[in-house]
Design a protein around this ligand. Structure first.
Ligand SMILES: Nc1ncnc2c1ncn2[C@@H]1O[C@H](COP(=O)(O)OP(=O)(O)O)[C@@H](O)[C@H]1O
Ligand SMILES: [Mg+2]
Length: 331
């Protein structure tokens, strides 16, 4: 890594205090992301991807609490900021796109009004300038006939159009960091490809750093420069996308890769066998051990730390998968 650091997350911990007990949703997540790069965060449902994303913008609500960690952006720790400072950071420095834009758009306000509000809450522009900027943004994210879209209500748009509006809002202020949580999961494949191309174009244009959260490894392969694989609230492997796909070191990463249907083959999707641990009762040892074909004694005694196995390639495993063995697991 050599570029400008855009975002640094350090030892993030998030819990939910529920009547059933304490859910340990995120347990010590750390990563660094440079400007103009995309970090893909992958992992099975429930592993803590969304909670990580929401925590970075401090959008976690009770009973959730960030119990430890730092989110460093542009010289400050977001977790230390007061509400007014935080409001300025949101949007201007870090923006977020969610899976379902319907839940984040106001159903009774026109698209034009909502995008304009984002702009005018941060920039001191005249009404005409704000309107022009809004229309320019709607055009930029590939919405046809922006003048018409401007006056529409969210329900009058298709899912893909709504997601483009969300991206327009997120990019209104050219944020340093964009967090996209399953941004295309609700969309059909063609629209999905268009939205992803849009994210890539905007990343190139504004040098925005993107955290792209998805359970879809195909999307990660096409979009990410770096990949973090999460399991039970922790990053278990982190490396360049090339290393993750060609030289995976964690047995869980291998299992995830094995679960992708082979191109052109008759293979069905093979889910990773077994279940992730109950986040109410995370073990003190490796959380993947009960599902791991290679688990030994140490794996059931001690939690492995995320450590380098080669330059820029970190794995949290007592017995990282050797190159020869990957083939045996993957084929
Ligand atoms: N409001 C909540 N109350 C209790 N537990 C929660 C809440 N939100 C998330 N969790 C728990 O936190 C863990 C991580 O969830 P999440 O980050 O949404 O997973 P995903 O990787 O699918 O995005 C899960 O075990 C989930 O059940
Ligand atoms: Mg999620």
């Amino acid at each position: 890594m050599s570029g400008v650091v855009a975002l640094r997350v350090d030892d993030l911990h998030v819990v939910f205090k529920t009547p059933a007990g304490i859910v340990q949703a995120v347990n010590g997540v750390s990563f660094t992301l440079e400007a103009g790069r995309t970090l893909g965060i992958v992992g099975e449902s429930g592993c803590g991807k969304s909670v990580t994303a929401l925590s970075m913008l401090r959008l976690i609500e009770p009973p959730g609490t960030i119990t430890r960690g730092k989110v460093r952006l542009n010289g400050h720790n977001l977790l230390d900021l007061g509400n007014e400072q935080l409001r300025r950071v949101r949007g201007a420095e870090m923006a977020m796109v969610f899976q379902d834009p319907m839940t984040s758009l106001n159903p009774v306000l026109t698209i034009g009004k909502q995008v304009s509000e984002v702009i005018s809450s941060h920039l001191n522009l005249s009404r005409m300038e704000t309107r022009d900027k809004t229309l320019a943004l709607l055009t930029k994210v590939g919405l046809p006939n922006p003048g018409k879209i401007y006056n529409r209500l969210p329900f009058q748009l298709s899912g893909g159009q709504r997601q483009r509006v969300m991206i327009a809002m997120a990019l209104a202020l050219k944020p340093r960091v964009l967090i996209a949580d399953e941004p295309t999961t609700a969309l059909d494949v063609t629209v999905q490809a268009q939205i992803l191309a849009e994210l890539n174009r905007l990343k190139r244009e504004f040098n925005t750093a993107i955290v792209l959260i998805t359970h879809d490894l195909g999307i990660v392969a096409g979009m990410a420069d770096e990949v973090a694989v999460m399991y039970a609230g922790s990053i278990v492997e982190q490396a360049s996308a090339v290393d993750i796909f060609e030289n995976p070191g964690h047995p869980y990463t291998c299992a995830l890769l094995y679960s992708i249907p082979r191109l052109g083959g008759a293979d069905k999707l093979k889910p990773v066998p077994g279940q992730p641990p109950d986040p109410l009762e995370l073990p003190g040892h490796c959380a993947f051990a009960p599902r791991c074909p290679g688990a030994g004694k140490q794996c059931r005694q001690k939690k492995p730390r995320l450590e380098p196995i080669s330059t820029g390639h970190m794995v949290a495993c007592h017995h990282p998968v050797a190159r020869q063995a990957q083939r045996a697991i993957l084929i």
